[in-house]
Structures are given as structure tokens and as C-alpha cells.
Design a protein around this ligand. Structure first.
Ligand code: UDX
Ligand code: UDX
Length: 460
């Protein structure tokens, strides 16, 4: 890559990870040409339009700054590969739904197909960067496929896992806690790793860029997500105990979070964690542990996922028990459906389990969300029962017996709850699955208020 032309970067996969990551790289590095390709033509068209395919605060500005200058979105994967010096692979690696390891292992079919595409269209040496979260030792398979070419081409595989969280993706990318780059420890591997480090070093302080071997890098991503999810499952398990003992989960979280060994973040009790990564990555870790015969380790991590499922159904059971053990025919408004605030993403949202279980109880479920209604409709396609989608939270609550807060959108903190109370069936209930509402104020208005890990405020 020592020649005159700018380094060409390609990213395969224009999703929640590939799109924002490449937009920030292009904005920060005008000397690089960044192209993002995807098999999904509709998605690429959206990236080239004024209505980007994903909602992410700050993304519009970054894309506007770089698009057409050194950031391009295209469906021409072959040309993209041919011209690239460095290829980031950011295609999805969902949980396998079939065959060996179904429900647990990562489905690597898109990943492998992409490797073969790279091989088919390459005419010179390249660095291939694993951006997608992958089972530890995937790079080995990747190297085997890529280096099976008969043309003497050289491919160096580097792992550079993504740590951005949706809703804060741009901030996380612009000011990351750390960037991790792993490679083989051969001279070629280290050279490839340095090329990736140099890109980030344009705007990330050197001491925040961690270099490691390939396997540590791959495994660190799975481990980071497993630890984060474990914190939520841990605090959620204690929330159940708080509800029985009149301890208050926020007081407990604050008290333990001030211990510098524990720290305050990711201790917010909730209806459960969601998102495309946590469950998938933990199950993937579980599968890998089992395949090495480490059954106790697998069971330990699997329980993080089980507690999360339990917490979601526990929320529904609380609703059911307090609505006099029947919700059949009752209108219940779900406030929020995204897996967290500031995103339209609904993948693995706790809202899905809550809606399904309420529908099984024959409730009439009304879903409102400022960004996620289209995705919500898709998630619930084909479910039987009465479900409607309503952009306006006031209308969603009209005639409802209960409101259940699923997503912590700040919008829900400032609604006119006196007006909402008047429009609802009585007794009126609020189940706050995110502990964002002013419980005392709602109680004073006449609501019966239930929150996670809190003493209920009831008028009866
Ligand atoms: C994905 C992975 O799920 C995650 O594990 C990893 O850390 C980053 O990449 P995300 O960007 O959220 O996360 O996924 P998604 O929004 O589904 O984007 C993947 C994109 O790849 C899709 O737009 C899809 O069309 C594209 N793709 C998939 C290809 O271009 N080619 C393929 O063969 C498969
Ligand atoms: C996560 C990781 O944070 C990120 O580093 C990784 O690259 C991808 O997976 P993301 O899934 O976008 O990011 O969201 P995150 O902010 O981690 O939240 C995940 C879920 O946990 C959400 O449903 C959120 O509402 C929930 N959560 C988070 C809690 O319930 N309590 C908390 O204290 C924090």
C-alpha cells in the first residue's frame, strides 16, 4: 500500500454497525476512501437518501459531512472488493436456527459466503477485518478459505470488534473507551494490525488503542457483552427480592455502585435487556464452552440469559396478578417497543415477549413508540390476537386498563398523566418496566403504580 493513491476501505454489511462505523471513519479520515456495500439494495438506497435506514442520534450530520466526498454506499460488491486495500466485514452473524447448535451457536453462513466473495473478486493482497462478533477462532477458518487461492494472493485477517452501543453509536465511535485490534503475531500479522491501528489513531489517543493476539480480540468481544449482560441480570434478580422485602432497587444499586470495584454503570434494573447482541453473544459463548467440554462454564453463562427471560415474564405476571388475574379483553398500552431509548431497533426487545405473553392472555395490546413502530409491526407479524400500533401515546392509553413502560424514552416522563388518567378505565394501573416515571406523582393522580424492584403504590 505504499503507492500514491489513497487507501481504499471497503465495508461489507451496511447495518447498525457497518454504517455508523464507516461514516465516522470517513468523516475523521478525509485521506481515506470508504465504500460501504450491502446485498440489500433498498438499504443502500436509503443510505444514499435523506432518510437513513437507521435512527441514530448524530448520524445524519456525520453522513452528510462525508457522503459523496470520501464515503460511498453501493450494491456493487465485486467492484468494491477489487478496489479495496482493507475490507471490514460487518455482516450479521445471528444465532443458528437449524441443525447442530440450533438456538445457541452462531450462524456463520453469511460470514463464509462473504469470505468466498472476497476470494472470488480479489486480484491483489488485502487486509480483511472481522468487525462482526464471531466465535473465538473464526479467523482461522477465514484465513483457510482466503488463503486457499491458487493465485499467490495474501490475506491477513485482523479482528477489530465493535463496542458501540445503539443510541450512542456516534459518541462511542468518536470517543471510544478503547479500540481493540487483534492479529497473528507474525511480522505480516503485526503489519496488518498496524495499518488498522493507524486508521483509528487519526482521532483516538494511542493509549486507548489496545493490540492483542487474534484469539484474545475475538474472545474479548463475547466476554465484554457477557459481563455487561450479567450485570443487568444480577441487578434484575435482586429487583425481585426487593419487591418482597421493601428494599429499593435504586438505593441498593446506588449503594453497591459507589464501591469503586463495582462501579455505577449498567446497574439499572429493567424489564430485561434486549438488543441484537447480548443474547446471541452469550449463547454463542455457551456453545463454545460446551464444545470444549466446559459444561459448568456454559451453565453459568446460560443462566444470565435465563434470568433475563424470567425477568420479562415476571413483569407480565405482575401485570396479570394486579389486574385481578385476568387481562382478557382488557386494553393494555405498551409505552415503547424499541429495545432501549434513542433507537428504532426492536431486535430481542423485551417488548416482544411482553406483547406475546399478554396476547396469549387475550389482552388487547396497543403499542406506541416514537421510532420503532415499523419494526414492531414486523416483529409481531403473524401473532394471533388483538394488537394495534398507535404513534400517539395519549391515544394509545385511551380506554386502557394499564400502561406498561417498555422503553425509557424521555418523552414518556413529560406526558400529561392527569389527562391520560382521565381517559383510562378505572382502576388505572401503571407498570413501569424502566423506573423512569415519577411514581409518587402518578399515585397522587389516582394511578396504582408498580415499578421494578420498588414497593407498589396501591389505592386498595
Ligand atoms: C452485525 C452483527 O449482527 C453483529 O454481530 C456484529 O457485531 C456487527 O454486524 P448489525 O450491523 O447490527 O450487526 O447487523 P445488521 O443491521 O443486520 O447488518 C448486517 C448487514 O449485512 C445487513 O444490511 C445485510 O443485508 C448485510 N449482509 C448480510 C450482506 O451484505 N451480505 C451478506 O451475505 C449478509
Ligand atoms: C451492546 C454493548 O453495550 C455494546 O458494547 C456492544 O458492542 C453491542 O451490544 P447495545 O445492544 O446497542 O450494545 O445496547 P446496550 O446499551 O448495551 O443495552 C442493551 C440492553 O440492556 C438494552 O435493552 C438496555 O435497555 C438494557 N440495559 C442496559 C438495562 O436493562 N439496564 C442497564 O443498566 C443497561
Amino acid at each position: 500500500m505504499g503507492d500514491q493513491r489513497p487507501t481504499n476501505i471497503l465495508c461489507i454489511g451496511a447495518g447498525y454497525v457497518g454504517g455508523p462505523t464507516m461514516a465516522v471513519i470517513a468523516a475523521k479520515c478525509p485521506h481515506l476512501k470508504v465504500t460501504v456495500v450491502d446485498v440489500n439494495a433498498e438499504r443502500i438506497a436509503a443510505w444514499n437518501s435523506d432518510r437513513l435506514p437507521i435512527y441514530e442520534p448524530g448520524l445524519d450530520e456525520v453522513v452528510r459531512q462525508a457522503r459523496g466526498r470520501n464515503l460511498f454506499f453501493s450494491t456493487d460488491i465485486a467492484t468494491g472488493i477489487r478496489e479495496a486495500d482493507i475490507i471490514f466485514v460487518s455482516v450479521n452473524t445471528p444465532t443458528k436456527t437449524f441443525g447442530e447448535g440450533a438456538g445457541c451457536a452462531a450462524d456463520l453462513q453469511y460470514w463464509e459466503r462473504t469470505a468466498r466473495q472476497i476470494l472470488a473478486h480479489s486480484t491483489r493482497d488485502k487486509i480483511v477485518v472481522e468487525k462482526s462478533t464471531l466465535p473465538v477462532r473464526t479467523a482461522e477458518a477465514m484465513e483457510r478459505i482466503l488463503n486457499s487461492n491458487g493465485q499467490g494472493l495474501r490475506f491477513d485477517v485482523v479482528s477489530n470488534p465493535e463496542f458501540l452501543a445503539e443510541g450512542t453509536a456516534i459518541r462511542d465511535l468518536e470517543n471510544p473507551d478503547r479500540v481493540l485490534v487483534g492479529s497473528r503475531e507474525t511480522p505480516e500479522g503485526v503489519r496488518a494490525r498496524r495499518a488498522i491501528v493507524d486508521i483509528y489513531a487519526t482521532w483516538v489517543p494511542r493509549e486507548r488503542i489496545i493490540e492483542s493476539n487474534l484469539w484474545s480480540s475475538e474472545l474479548s468481544k463475547l466476554t465484554a457483552n457477557a459481563f455487561l449482560a450479567q450485570r443487568i441480570s444480577s441487578i434484575n434478580s435482586i429487583s425481585a427480592l426487593c419487591e418482597r422485602t421493601e428494599a429499593d432497587i435504586d438505593e441498593v444499586a446506588y449503594a453497591i455502585g459507589t464501591d469503586s470495584r463495582i462501579g455505577p454503570r449498567f446497574l439499572k434494573a429493567s424489564v430485561g435487556f434486549g438488543g441484537s447482541c447480548f443474547k446471541k453473544d452469550i449463547l454463542n459463548l455457551v456453545y463454545i464452552c460446551r464444545s470444549y467440554g466446559l459444561h459448568e462454564v456454559a451453565d453459568y453463562w446460560e443462566s444470565v440469559v435465563r434470568i433475563n427471560e424470567w425477568q420479562q415474564s415476571r413483569f407480565v405476571r405482575t401485570i396479570l396478578a394486579n389486574l385481578f388475574n385476568t387481562v382478557a379483553g382488557k386494553r393494555i398500552a405498551l409505552f415503547g417497543f424499541a429495545f432501549k431509548a434513542d433507537t428504532g431497533d426492536t431486535r430481542e426487545s423485551p417488548g416482544i415477549a411482553v406483547a406475546r405473553q399478554l396476547l396469549e392472555e387475550r389482552a388487547h395490546v396497543v403499542i406506541t413508540d416514537p421510532q420503532a413502530l415499523d419494526n414492531a409491526r414486523q416483529e409481531l407479524e403473524g401473532v394471533t390476537g388483538s394488537v394495534t400500533f398507535e404513534p400517539d401515546p395519549y391515544r394509545a392509553a385511551e380506554g386502557a386498563h394499564a400502561i406498561a413502560v417498555i422503553t425509557e424514552w424521555s418523552l414518556y416522563k413529560t406526558l400529561d398523566y392527569a389527562r391520560i388518567f382521565r381517559s383510562m378505565e378505572k382502576p388505572a394501573f401503571v407498570f413501569d418496566g424502566r423506573n423512569i416515571l415519577d411514581r409518587e406523582a402518578l399515585f397522587a393522580l389516582g394511578f396504582n403504580v408498580f415499578a421494578i424492584g420498588k414497593k407498589p403504590l396501591k389505592h386498595f
